[in-house]
Every structure is written in C-alpha cells, then in structure tokens.
Write a protein that binds this ligand. Structure first.
Ligand SMILES: CC/C=C\CC(=O)SCCNC(=O)CCNC(=O)[C@H](O)C(C)(C)COP(=O)(O)OP(=O)(O)OC[C@H]1O[C@@H](n2cnc3c(N)ncnc32)[C@H](O)[C@@H]1OP(=O)(O)O
Length: 783
C-alpha cells in the first residue's frame, strides 16, 4: 500500500496501489503510519513521497469516494495532508505520470515538488461535480494567485511539468532517475528552515483583488457551466483562500459536503464510469460475443475514401494515433483542399511528422494493401454501395470495410460486397478529429471479430466507441428525429426559433436545435427526406397533404427554407461555395446574388438555363482571378441565408431573421395555427421527453443494449450536458420515470397525432412493474 524504505537519512514512502496508485482509506492509513515512523526515527532527516509503477497517485479512489467510505476517505486524506504540511522534516514529492486530484493536493501539502518532464498535474474534481476538497482550493491560490487558480480548478485542465515549473508549482524538473534525484534533493535540503516552504502559511498574491477577479470571471464561468453547480462552488471555495488557512479549509469542507451530496456529482461520476464501461460491450443478439471473447484484427493501415470535411477529420484522427493512412479522393481539388486542412491541423498540434504516414491518391488500387477502409463519401446509398462494390474487389480479402454513414442501412451497404461479415458502420461526429464519440454499428452479418476491431480502433484513436444496432439513424440520429420534429411543431404553435434554442441552451446544451441545424447544414436532413420521398426538390410530393406524411404529422418548414437556399451557415461562405461549385456539380449548390438577393440552384441552372449557365460558368470557372475574387467578395459580403437565423459576415452569432419570422407567421396563418405563449418548461419537456421516449424504443428493440450506451452517445456526440448524466440517467434519477410517463401521456393526449409523444411500451412496463434502467445495464454497481 505504501512501501517504506530508507536511504541513509532519507525515508522513502512509495504508494503501491496498482494500476493508478489511487488513495483508498487503507493506502492513506499506510501513508500516515509511514510518516509517523519517519518522524519518530531520529536517523531520518527528510522524507520522499513517490508512486510505485507507472504513476504518482491519480487521486482518491472513486469507487470508495462514492460509497459509504467517502467520509473516512476524505478525513484520512485531509489528515495525511496535515501531517505532511506540519512535519518538522522536509518532505519532497517525486512526481511522474499523473498527479491528479488528491494526489496533486498531497504534493501541494509537501514542502518540495520534483517532476519528470512528462508528468501531468491537475485538479479534475470539477469534472466529477466536486471540488478539490483536501486543501486544493486553499493551497493552489497561495502559489498561483486567485485568478489562475480559478482558471485551473474550474476547467480541471492538465498542467504539464514545464508549465508547473513556470507557475511555481514544482521546484525542479528532473531528467534522470526520479527517485535517485529526489533522494539526493531531500538530502540537500535537510536542516533548512521549513516555514516558508509550507504553502498553507503563505498569503495569496492577488488577495487584494479577489472580489474584482471573481466578479470578472463569474459571467464566463456561468456561461461555460451551463447549469453545472460545481464550477461556481469551486470559485466560492477559492474566494475563501484569502481567509486564514484554517477558516478557508473549513469553508472548503462545507462546500465540498454540499457538492458531494448533490445529484449533479452523482451524475458526473456516473458519466466517468460509463465512459469506460462502454468498452465492455456485448453483442445484443448473443451475449457470448463480447469484449472478452472476440479478438480484434490488428489494424496498422487504414484507407479513407472521400476527402470532404468528414474524411479529412477522420484522417487526422488516424494519423494522430500513429496509423498509416491512404486518403483517396477522386476530385483533385478536393484532395488538395483536404491535404492543406490536414497539414494545418497537424502543424497546430505540433505533429507534422505524422504527415509522413499519409499517402494521398485518386486511384483505388492504392487501397489494395490496407487493413481497413473507412468510407466517408456523400451520404447517398447508391453512391456508397458503388464504393463498397469497388472496395470489395480491390482490397485484400481480410480487410474490414467500414462506412461513416450517419444513418443509412448497413446491411444494404454490406450486401454490395461478398464479405458482409467484414462490413460495419463507424459513425464519426463532426469535426471528426475533435468529437470523442464513435458510434459503431453492426449489421446482420457483421462478425464478432469485425465488431471487436472497430471497438478497438475507437480506443486506439482516443475515441469513445459505443456499439449499436442497425436502424435508420442508429441511436443518436434516430433519437434526434422526434426532438427536431417537436421543436418544429413548437414553431407552428407560436414560439420563435430563438425561443426554442434559448430554452434548450438554458437546459445546458451548447446549441439549440435551430442553431445546430444551421451549423450542420439544413440540406443534410432535406436530402434524407428527399431520398425517403417525404418531399422533393421542388416542394411537397404531388397529392400530399401539407402537414402529414404517411399518416404522421409533418412540418414542412425546413423544406420550405431549403427551397429558398437557406441551408445553414455554410450558404454564406462564398469562398467554400465557389470551390465546391467548381469541383462537384453533382450536389445542389446554391448561390445568392448580392445584386438582387436572388438564390439559384447551380445544378438546376446548369441543367436548364443555357444562357445563365454560361454566365455562371464565366463567373465561377474563369481563370481571371480578379473576376473570381470579385464574385467571392460579393457572395461573402452578403448575409448568410441560413435556416432560421441570420449571421453577419464572418460571425457565428445567430441573429433573428425577420424574413424567417415573417415566413413562419404566414405559414401559421395559412394552416390555421393560433399563436400562443409557450413556457420554456414546455419547450424543454416536449423536445427532450420525445427524444428520451425514443431512447426507450431503442432499448426495447435492442438497438442499444444498455441505457448507459445511449447516455454516452448523447454526452460525447450531441453535447448533452454532462452534469445531468445523459438523457436516460437524467430521466430516471432526476425527473423520475413515472413523471416522464405522466408528462408524455398529457402531451400525447393534447397532440394525438404526434406519434413520438406516445409513451413507449417499455416505459409503461417499467413504471407499472417498478423496473429501472439500471437493471438494463447502467453502472449502478459502481454508484
Ligand atoms: C477531498 C477530495 C479528494 C480527492 C478528490 C479526488 O482525488 S477525485 C479523483 C481525482 N482523480 C481523477 O479524477 C482521475 C480520474 N482518472 C483519470 O483521469 C484517468 O483514469 C487517468 C488517471 C488519466 C488514467 O487514464 P487511462 O486512460 O490510462 O486509464 P482509464 O481512464 O481507462 O482508467 C483505468 C481504470 O482505472 C479506473 N480509474 C481511473 N481513475 C480512478 C479513480 N480515481 N478511482 C478509481 N478507479 C479509477 C478506471 O475506471 C479504469 O477502470 P476499468 O475498470 O479498467 O474501466
């Protein structure tokens, strides 16, 4: 637990609790015993504390901190830190690996800190809905000041050794053998006065500005916290660091108790474990096929087909993980554009050497030797099948073929090949090199080995892989459907897009549904609806009632907006549009002219309007740079025609667009909707409860095997606020299943034609029988 040894006058205490040397009560008790022994021994004149194996202690043991042992664990930790702080012999912490949470707090309580260059320090408690409650909020500001302490503690960010040295958090960076250096350092400081080495005895450097600093940061923290209570509570504790140390510690302890007993802390700890538990997948069709039994194929090289935004992002992720990548794009201009993006991103990450692992090509035969291919072409089933047919012929027989579809049928794609067992879905989220989620989709014939391979790939490239079944939209996008529909129905009844966005953002999402659609592109859903024959490129299908499709309520507002060229933020990006227009005329490209604001579908113009075609071709394809620049400027300077908002050039701030508001008003009038006032509560309930209700269907059908899989998908792919634990956790632990059922019953009685508001049979069953989502596999055992 804590191994004791001596090197002459130096006692060394090495925490030994593999794999992360986390603090349990027993580890802490062993540390206290070791410290007492060293203090008693007259031959010992200094003490070194270190971690055995790969790391310095990575914090309190969360399993213990979350259970009945929490109080003794905390008091033991505070006791150790007090022993260390007040010890009459110098204590040196030797830091390697990750000194996190309670581990870093122990280091701050010590008199000296040495670290290897690769060491990372941080106080990440805020991510667990807590604060550094063993003196971290009192000692850190005494070293770095209140301002930096607020920044470090409310973000929980990593501090690398060099930065820690600059901040005064470590005294020396050690290049060689850490333990040996620490022992010799300890020896060198023996007998020196310790008073100025005790951080607890120092004053906060910017104490006189504490109120000013807190005031200045409060607004930003509130905005970033999006409803989480931990960040502001951390600030309150840091504020108390200007008090005498004991008073500050007492305030810290009170605030820690408040957070530890909050539902948000429980939710965030659930998220921590769920993020890891999704790796322990099992195949819903056959539980014997699981992460233990299925062996992944080793993937060293990956082909990426399609160098659009997704393809480029996927390529970056793979390169950063050290994999070899062959990026194929049939369009030379697009390929060049992607190479520039990849180069720039890797350079920003100081990872330019990874470029040597990249081969770019326009020739499919270059994929003959890769271990796996990820297809990331345009979201069109025919096109994808065509690509898979080619890949099946060209790649080696054992290569895994994955599609980055966001909702198309994996079985249909697999049927285009003679190796359906090797075909699988790998749904990345945009931007693919940033977003952590990887939704992995198995088809009817996908083999256990293929599933294991893509789940392993997720870990290799630092993503959170979640295994789900095959259905339209899989888990994430399928659940988003009812949410979006309900948001649109709310527009019909009287709210503006901005009201819906505000209510959802106040709940904690980074973006409401309309801003999100603006960002992602309104045409994505439109194309899907056109393909599903719910609408056409010219308007509703003939003889179709305006507000119904296949018996379900349907809101055609987004289609109407698309027909006006309101595709999202990108429609205003003239530069991009010009490049795309030049390169890929198979897609619908919309151009709005500055002169009269008219919007043209370039493809249609090219197909039908000979004279205008020539004009546009002149504008877009001319080698005359001046003319091109002029056109770009004209397009750029126009307000972006977006779905529901307007965006000033170069800005991403959504502004209400009078044109859209008028259009919605006309629409209400035309279809006899009577505008009424709708509360934020109703907006949130109708949007989120319909999404969660779909989650119950997804579980019922076995598309997701555990509620935690859904939670992780929403937390890591859709910006669901972390402090609420995810949609399924939130509804079960915070709202209550019974209340969800009653609300859905009320709303579905009011809107009998909104099918997604009809409570799912699984939900009804659970409420009737007192069942719980935990029984379906949440991480209750760990809470
Ligand atoms: C008064 C309050 C006092 C103290 C408060 C605290 O100290 S709170 C705890 C602060 N520490 C943390 O939050 C650290 C959390 N852990 C991590 O960030 C990462 O695990 C870490 C240390 C960076 C290592 O990452 P890596 O990717 O290498 O491993 P992984 O995350 O998969 O973890 C491996 C297994 O260890 C389990 N685990 C991690 N941290 C803890 C912990 N603090 N307590 C208990 N268990 C922990 C993790 O769940 C993994 O388990 P597995 O069963 O393999 O899924």
């Amino acid at each position: 637990m804590a191994e004791y040894s001596t090197y002459g006058s130096v006692a060394v205490l090495q925490v030994n609790n593999p794999p992360l040397n986390t603090f349990t009560r027993h580890v802490l008790q062993a540390l206290v015993s070791g410290l007492e022994r060293a203090q008693r021994d007259p031959a010992v004149r200094s003490i070194v504390i270190a971690g055995k194996g790969p790391t310095f202690p990575a914090g309190a043991d969360l399993e213990e901190l979350l259970g009945t042992a929490a109080a003794p664990l905390l008091s033991n930790l505070r006791m150790v830190d007090k022993h260390v702080d007040t010890c009459q012999k110098p204590i040196v912490c030797a830091i390697h690996g990750t000194a996190l949470g309670g581990g870093f707090e122990l280091a701050l309580a010590s008199h000296y800190r040495l670290a290897v260059p690769s060491a990372t320090l941080s106080l990440p408690e805020v991510h667990l809905g807590m604060l550094p409650g063993a003196g971290g909020t009192q000692r850190l500001p005494r070293v770095v000041g209140v301002k930096s302490a607020i920044q470090l503690i409310t973000s929980g960010q990593d501090i690398k050794a060099q930065q820690a040295l600059t901040l005064g958090l470590v005294d020396k960076i050690v290049q060689g053998d850490l333990l040996k250096e620490a022992v010799s350092f300890a020896r060198s400081v023996e007998g020196r006065p310790l008073e100025d080495r005790r951080i607890s005895q120092r004053t906060v450097p910017d104490a006189d500005k504490v109120d000013e600093v807190v005031e200045a940061t409060r607004k930003t923290i509130l905005r970033k916290a999006r409803g989480a209570i931990a960040p502001l509570t951390c600030v309150q504790a840091i504020q108390a660091s200007v008090l005498p140390f004991a008073a500050g510690m007492a305030r810290e302890a009170d605030l820690m108790t408040y957070l530890m007993t909050s539902w948000q802390a429980a939710a965030q700890q659930y998220v921590f474990f769920s993020e890891r538990e999704v790796r322990q997948w099992s195949h819903p069709r056959d539980k014997h096929i699981n992460f233990r039994t299925a062996k992944p194929t080793v993937i060293k090289s990956v082909g990426v087909v399609g160098a659009g935004t997704m393809g480029a992002g996927i390529t970056i992720s793979l390169l950063q993980a050290g994999l070899k990548v062959v990026l194929l794009e049939v369009n030379k201009k697009q390929l060049d554009k992607a190479i520039a993006v990849i180069q720039k991103t890797l350079r920003q990450k100081s990872a330019s050497q990874k470029m040597s692992q990249l081969t770019t090509t326009m020739d499919y035969s270059q994929l003959s030797d890769v271990d796996m291919v990820i297809e990331a072409v345009f979201e069109n089933l025919r096109l994808k099948k065509e690509v898979f047919r080619k890949l099946d012929v060209i790649t080696k027989p054992q290569a895994v073929l994955a599609s980055n579809t966001s909702g198309l049928d994996i079985d249909k794609i697999a049927a285009a090949t003679k190796r359906p067992d090797k075909v699988v879905g790998t749904h990345f989220f945009s931007p693919a090199n940033v977003m952590r989620l990887l939704e992995n989709i198995y088809g009817k014939k996908t083999s256990a080995e293929t599933v294991a391979t893509v789940m392993q790939l997720a870990t290799t490239i630092g993503k959170v892989g979640v295994l789900v079944g095959n259905c339209a939209g899989f888990v994430g996008n399928r659940m988003l459907g009812p949410y979006r529909s309900e948001a649109l129905f709310l527009l019909e009844e009287g709210v503006d897009p901005q009201d819906v966005d505000r209510a959802i953002e106040e709940f904690g999402f980074p973006m409401g549904p309309f801003r999100m659609t603006d960002l992602a592109g309104n045409d994505i859903g439109w194309r899907r609806r056109i393909e599903a024959r719910l609408t056409t490129e010219h308007g509703p299908p003939p003889d179709t009632p305006a507000l119904y499709r296949r018996g379900d309520r349907y809101c055609p507002l987004p289609d109407m907006l698309c027909l006006q060229g309101r595709l999202g933020q990108k429609t205003g990006a003239g530069c991009m549009m010009l490049q795309e227009a030049k390169d890929d005329l198979t897609e619908n490209i919309y151009i709005r002219f500055r002169t009269d604001g008219s919007v043209f579908d370039l493809r249609r113009l090219l197909a039908h309007t000979k004279t205008l075609e020539e004009l546009i071709l002149d504008l877009l394809f001319a080698d005359d740079c001046a003319l091109l620049a002029h056109t770009e400027a004209a397009l750029m300077s126009h307000h972006a025609p977006s779905m529901c908002n307007r965006y000033d050039p170069g800005s991403r701030t959504a502004l209400p667009d009078p044109v859209v508001l008028q259009m919605i008003q006309d629409y209400r009038q035309e279809h006899g909707f009577k505008k009424r006032t709708i509360s934020s509560q109703e907006i949130v309930e109708r949007c989120l409860y319909s999404l969660i209700n779909e989650g119950f269907h997804v579980l019922d059908e076995g598309i997701a095997s555990r509620a935690l899989d859904i939670d992780v998908i929403y937390l890591f792919g859709y910006g669901w606020p972390r402090h609420t634990g995810g949609p399924m956790y939130y509804v079960e632990r915070v709202i209550g299943l019974e209340k969800l059922l009653r609300s859905l019953e009320t709303y579905s009685a009011r809107y009998p034609n909104h099918s997604h508001l009809q409570p799912s049979p699984l939900l009804r069953d659970m409420v009737a029988k007192g069942g719980s989502l935990a029984a379906l596999g949440t991480t209750d055992s760990k809470l």
